[in-house]
Write a protein that binds this ligand. Sequence first.
Ligand SMILES: Cc1cc2nc3c(=O)[nH]c(=O)nc-3n(C[C@H](O)[C@H](O)[C@H](O)COP(=O)(O)O)c2cc1C
Length: 433
Amino acid sequence: MHKVLLIISGGIAAYKSLELIRLLTARNVQVTAVLTEAAARFVTPLSVAALTGQRVHTELFNHEAEAQMGHIQLSRMADLLVVAPASADILAKAAHGLAGDLATTALLATDKPVLMAPAMNVRMWLHAATQANVATLLQRGVGMIGPDDGAMACGEFGPGRMAEPAAIAERVYAMLGAGAARSSAQTDAEPSEEAGVSQAGQRGAVAGVMRGRHALVGQNALVGRHALVTAGPTIEPIDPVRFISNRSSGKQGYAIAGALAALGARVTLVSGPTGLDVPAGVDRVSVQTAREMLDACERALPADVAVCVAAVADFRPAHAAELKLEKASAASLALVANPDILATLSAHAQRPALVIGFAAQTHEVETFAQAKRAKKRCDWIVANDVSGDVMGGDHNQVSIISDKGIECLARRTKAQVAAELAGRIASRLGPRE
Ligand SMILES: Cc1cc2nc3c(=O)[nH]c(=O)nc-3n(C[C@H](O)[C@H](O)[C@H](O)COP(=O)(O)O)c2cc1C
């Protein structure tokens, strides 16, 4: 049974944590709760105890519990710490390593992954102090979910509402699932080191979850950086009128190019044929074939990051006929393999510091994506399931696979995926000094 330590801090959204407990316990997750003093004014320890079926912890200086070093035990017994709602106050304390009560002491004493769901008035959220605290926590690998936009209890509108309990619960399951998969793969020979990697991995894997949406990275986060993005399909001529291609619309790659440019990067977008407009601030190099795309990419180097989103045709006709082929001869085509752009960039003498590939699959998406990351030697693979309406559509559901593990993001618009990815790239690279 997975164990979650749920820290409830003092915000108006504390009542929603009761629903979160209900959702988690319904999925067989054991929830132990810590309430801050302020939280206990919004929800009663009795309600929380009734829903968790566990004793509720509120005090640091509890003789009985501290006889066994209760604050350390609490953070050790859990697979994951969740702070929901996370008040501005607890974000600040956690960012600065304060440990003046049981909740903050548990946060400081833990080496387990931490997920926080901030909730506060929009101005408190947008205040530079809160943003700096969140950025610090993200940088340390603390996961963030939300806040959402919407009407607030205080009558204002904007980002600050706690993410919905169902969304938090989904993230928790994903994090617990990733941890479970990793720990079952551990060998007896190397338990402690693997455990460390696993925990760090989970922390890293959830970092920056909502960064793109609420622009926690500044507008200049990628100033001085050069980003190379490939997008769209390639088309491989059979003869002057026929070609081999695929259904890629280029929308995701174009959105990523635009999101990187919005963060101040110089962006070269190497694009196969699409009907899309060039995003603001992006230099587009239009190509047709895989070989032209590779050539354009190599000419664009050096780059700090390469994001290979293009759906490059794996094969091309061995010979593109100069004249239109007769039906009979067009019926059987000899194919040859196209160059592998992602693998080439990953192994290039001028390899970008960060190489990211996309893996479109219709089944066993993550298995294929993990294999692809190993084979292509890129840093991250963004896996997407294209069995539904992804090709040509405006939404995408992606998983990000890195050396830190796998993280599944909820379905969202391609623009949101792009902002998310750009935020992560900015966190990884930062502006050029
Ligand atoms: C009615 C009321 C509602 C509040 N709602 C929030 C809130 O949603 N988010 C927040 O960060 N602080 C909110 N606060 C302020 C916190 O309760 C206060 O900063 C407290 O010290 C937080 O303590 P804690 O972080 O230890 O729980 C609210 C205060 C009151 C009186």
